[in-house]
Design a protein around this ligand. Sequence first.
Ligand SMILES: Nc1ncnc2c1ncn2[C@@H]1O[C@H](COP(=O)(O)OP(=O)(O)OP(=O)(O)O)[C@@H](O)[C@H]1O
Ligand SMILES: [Mg+2]
Length: 259
Amino acid sequence: MKIMTFSASKGGVGKTTLSYNFGSWLAHSGYNVLLIDADYQANLSSTFNMFTNQGTLLDVFTDGSPKIRHIKTHLDLLPASPNLDQVESLVHDRMYRELIMMGWLKDNIDQINQYDYVVIDTHPEFGMLTKNMIAVSDYVFVPLEPSDYGFQQSKNQFDIRMNEYRNNSKDPRTGESDIDAKVFYIANRIRHNTNTSHTFKKAIESLPDVVAQIDEREMMNSSTLLKKPVIDLKPNSQSNREFITELEKQFETIRQHME
Ligand SMILES: Nc1ncnc2c1ncn2[C@@H]1O[C@H](COP(=O)(O)OP(=O)(O)OP(=O)(O)O)[C@@H](O)[C@H]1O
Ligand SMILES: [Mg+2]
């Protein structure tokens, strides 16, 4: 069982679109997948027509009863509650507040171990809830936007945040950090045939921790709007067919980075 979180210091970079499409692709490939929506905007949950405040991720933090929903073959979901934005104030006086999710996983490990992959979508900020998700993760995948300036800046910013988090989470008794997630980057929404996109592609090809590149495509946008993963959309052109083949290749590369 591997746990991965999509996180980013920026909003609107594709965390939800990738959680949805990558998770669906894993399930389609025969892996057992649990999706967790850790964003109170609940965009991922809505993609499965799940908008609720009963039995959600919030219950993990309030000693309630979180309820994992079965979506379809190989795919389950623990939805977000719109009230998740209150989680920070609800637990602010608990000592190990960034390790609450870890406690829940430990208590439910037999159930969680039945999944090959747990894929977590987060809110665009490095707050307490996101930190809880990173603490349980083996991997963090960070989508980045394809402008040269914004790309480097967001990448550096995320690196700094992660380092701070690792250092601040050292157990004073052992000097070891509880945070051992490995961070990889995904260049998402790459546009072609502009000067900037050529420079950008060259620049990222030399970065070893950027493990996948995904083009800007209307199909990606449609997938969450139509509530259908890209792999289930009917390609209406040769170029769309090629995009799906390429997307599956990039997803397989991402998967292999978790081995
Ligand atoms: N590769 C892509 N090609 C085209 N559109 C994309 C691509 N990836 C994401 N998008 C679009 O970009 C917008 C933002 O994506 P998404 O909602 O996944 O970002 P997010 O990081 O989850 O945002 P938030 O921070 O608000 O949660 C959406 O309209 C989505 O359809
Ligand atoms: Mg989102």
